[in-house]
Design a protein around this ligand. Structure first.
Ligand code: MN
Ligand code: MN
Length: 459
């Protein structure tokens, strides 16, 4: 184990670290869904001179060195570019993170009433331990799209004066049978239903409690029951990020996988104003369910955009895109499972990441014999090590858990499949995929510095 990096910080480091982490806490408290991340990112980058690719094309403008471009993909993924001094054919330096996190999604026919309670039925999204999601305050985030295209934004449960919703659990007194179940079955997927009301309308109608809720939704939001057919409402833990630990060395928040890397990637990208290489930051959706779909990393979106940009830079050669990708370097900005002494049995000490030991690289992930893993080239890892050491950035290289303990994937292999040099790189997390995850402020700081150094110096 390396030294705890807090020991190496001087006063200036601590000030910088705290500034970064205070801003991060605000970001992650406000941006709990992929849509919120994209919306707030656009708001932020437009104040910094970024123009949408669409607007450049519409205005028939050329692209040149120094231009700052963003491309919004269906409000759930975004790609950002700063055009460098070198020809884009020499490749780009890319940071890619995902902005979706495990949660509960409302079903398309969600509302029902049972025994004078109104409920929202859900289908969970991503890998969760279902028992963690009961009896905690939950908030609703998302959109309802009316047939005329009008989009109604929903956010209920974040203000302290807002109501929250939640899932009930059985009292221990009556849980004798439930407690015998294995953990994956203690809470059945179909029991993840959100209690949303108990008050009936005054008439003697059937389902009077559900009707009360429907009247509330109509009056407050102009939403009808059928409108849930075209809605995306995500149920997430209510409340924002908090300092964690009596020494405030850590942060507890929902969705740090992977918004802690999305945030540090975005900040590093924006803070590297001018670069030799074209730099790129992509924030994508759907990683937690396999990166599929139009807004996931497997979509052709990214390549389409890069092709379009290279065309506008004057490259009409059919091989331009493949040359750009072949010459590009990428950090797949994603979190790693940090060593937890309470669960030492699933970690192998020499190849684990540790909180407060700096940014984590994973040469490979995968499971059952590195299956489905991107395995970064040694030559590339060597280049990265040099950049880290030259810039005095504290880093560690680890696997995700011990051999055959399980495993996981990221978006790394997807760009690697397109012939890009990619390595996983991000922040170590405790209680990953739990409603509230824990990270170290020092690791967040090192990760931000790592991403900046990478954008500036990768060749
Ligand atoms: Mn992740
Ligand atoms: Mn994950």
């Amino acid at each position: 184990m390396r030294d705890n990096i807090w020991k190496s910080y001087n006063e200036k480091d601590i000030l910088e670290l705290n500034d970064l982490c205070e801003d991060y806490k605000k970001f992650i408290s406000k941006c709990k869904t992929e849509r919120e991340c994209v919306k707030n990112t656009i708001k932020l980058v437009e104040t910094q001179g970024f123009k949408s690719l669409e607007s450049l094309i519409n205005d028939n403008l050329d692209i040149k060195t120094g231009d700052k471009i963003y491309v919004n993909n269906m409000n759930k993924a975004i790609a950002l570019f700063t055009i460098g001094e070198e020809d884009i054919l020499n490749g780009m330096n890319i940071l890619g993170a995902h902005i979706d996190s495990p949660r509960l999604d409302l079903k398309t026919n969600p509302i029902y009433e049972d025994t004078n309670f109104a409920y929202f039925d859900t289908h969970y999204y991503g890998g969760i331990k279902k028992y963690q999601w009961v009896t905690i305050p939950l908030a609703l985030h998302g959109v309802v799209v009316k047939k005329d295209g009008n989009v109604i934004d929903i956010e209920i449960g974040e203000n302290l004066t807002d109501p929250v919703v939640g899932i009930t659990d059985l009292l221990p007194h009556l849980a004798k049978e439930q407690m015998k179940e294995e953990a994956s079955k203690v809470i059945d997927g179909e029991k993840l239903d959100i209690l949303i009301g108990s008050r009936p309308i005054k008439t003697n109608d059937k389902n009077a409690v559900k009707k009360f809720i429907l009247e509330f939704l109509k009056n407050e939001y102009n939403i009808l029951e059928d409108d849930f057919l075209s809605a995306e409402i995500e149920i997430v833990p209510a409340y924002g990020a908090r300092d964690f630990g009596l020494d405030r060395s850590m942060i507890m928040a929902y969705g740090q996988d992977d918004k802690v890397c999305a945030y540090t990637s975005l900040m590093a990208f924006l803070d590297v104003a001018k670069c030799k290489k074209t730099t790129c930051c992509i924030l994508v959706d759907k990683e937690e369910i396999g990166s599929l779909g139009a807004t996931g990393m497997q979509s052709s979106f990214f390549e389409d955009v890069v092709r379009e940009i290279s065309m506008l830079l004057g490259h009409r050669d059919i091989n331009a895109l493949s040359r750009i990708l072949k010459n590009s370097k990428m950090l797949s900005s994603d979190v790693n499972a940090a060593y937890d002494p309470l669960y030492s049995e699933v970690f192998e000490k020499n190849n684990s990441s540790y909180l407060n030991n700096g940014v984590v690289f994973s040469k490979y992930t995968g499971a059952r014999g590195k299956n489905s893993s991107n395995d970064a080239n040694a030559e590339y890892v060597a280049e990265i090590r040099k950049i880290m050491d030259d810039n005095k950035i504290k880093f560690q290289i680890s696997e995700l858990g011990k051999v055959d303990a399980g495993g996981g994937g990221t978006i790394a292999y997807i760009l690697a499949n397109k012939n890009v040099n990619v390595i996983d790189c991000g922040v170590g997390v405790l209680s990953m995929h739990a409603p509230y995850e824990v990270t170290s402020k020092a690791d967040i700081y090192e990760t931000y510095k790592c991403y900046k150094a990478f954008l500036n110096e990768a060749s």
